[in-house]
Design a protein around this ligand. Sequence first.
Ligand code: AHR
Length: 512
Amino acid sequence: MKRILLIALLCGAVAASAAPKTASVALHPDRSRTTINKNIYGQFAEHLGTLIYGGIWVGEDSTIPNQNGYRTDVLEAMKKLSIPVLRWPGGCFADEYHWMDGIGPRENRPKMVNTNWGGVVEDNSFGTHEFLNFCELIGAEPYLSMNVGSGTVEEMAKWVEYVNSDGDSPMANLRRANGRDKPWKVKYIGVGNESWGCGGNMRPEFYSDQFRRYQTYCRNYGTPLYKVASGASDYDYNWTEVLMDRVGNQMNGLSLHYYTVTGWSGSKGSATNFDMDSYYWILGKAVEIEEVIQKHIAIMDKADPRKRIGLMVDEWGTWYDVEPGTPAGFLHQQNTLRDAMVAALSFNIFHKYADRIQMCNIAQVVNVLQAMILTDGDKMLLTPTYHVFEMYKPFQNARHIPLDLTSDEKTIRERQVQTLSATAATGTDGNVYVALTNIDADNAQQVSVDLGGISAKTISGRILTSARVNDHNTFDKPETVRPVEFKDAKLKNGVLTVDMPAKSIVVLTLAK
Ligand code: AHR
């Protein structure tokens, strides 16, 4: 009898490892209430490492093909992402940046030392005109992060006047003298960055008063401004409490920074050379943002129950050790399938809180941290993270469809994480989009999706996966990780069955 039981158990174990795991998702289109603000797909470009110089801007005289100084390959790749909003010039750099140094003839612009990022000399050749014209070229709204830490109220007020005034005003006339007739109509302004740290080491009480004072003089020149207060880092709930209490109705948005990082001292681990423990730990840390968001939102809800103030996650993404041989201050890291998973998991969470989250800006767009694009001289590649942003484009301004999800869980040291993550929405084209992420590195999952009454004429999809979770694209092999057509989704009696390979991200289109 014992022997029979043992054989039965062994057979069961073999069958379990061979068969895919199962998971289920139920969509609730009847509960669809919120629009996913397209700005959740925002980007961030700081004067840091080779992001601006070499990554975006090479100058008109460069041998690298360029359009008015912007490198053509990067420009075209960024256009394809339909980037809704681009944050600039920092980051920490913003609170040492004096915008007037970056206007007028380039040969006359003063130089400065970029003390935050490697102590390199910044020649200010990429300034306000170069940035705002670039935003026009790629079709993105600009988001100017302004200097509170070491700048003056007058300086900030004049910057707003320079970019937005259409009248006979001193700053508008200076802009015209510098070659730009019409204002750019900048809507989003950040009043300081990380004011609790590199932006001035302020206490929340002091910063609240500074915000009230600086924002007073940022006038609307026919373009209503959306003023973003410098918010908390990760788990600093007191910062949010104090700002909601003291700044409240004077701000339109409050930022939040959350990095997927092992810690701020010591090694942060390699971007490419990691084991399975590190793979799962990073994904666990990435999804912990949900609890952090919930707690900040709960504080915001108390003071602002009508959700007038947006939560702006204006820095997020992975942060590892720099690539060997690159300067420590340049934050240059590779990007693997693991990073693609972090992006997909994060979007699935951001969509759930789209009634409060009005913008997110991944750090950063080219050559820095969890980048979309890497360059080296005249070479360029698209990272796995780029492909997730591209695959998720239909979610921009889509109507979020709430869902319930049941899946296997993994215990990752101190965290329990579901191995499946999902999101769904009705796109602006009327099609329904379902995105699924199977983080399980070893097991396929058969996912049954109850569509809750949604009908579809055709189903198509794309998948992002690779042989190993640390696979990445190099200049020699730029297409190791790239999306391909996915055909393993079948619809029967209102239930979609999706056969997801291990470690994969799938986006399905259910066409009406
Ligand atoms: O994104 C890199 C840096 O991280 C930013 O400059 C700063 O705001 C944050 O600490």
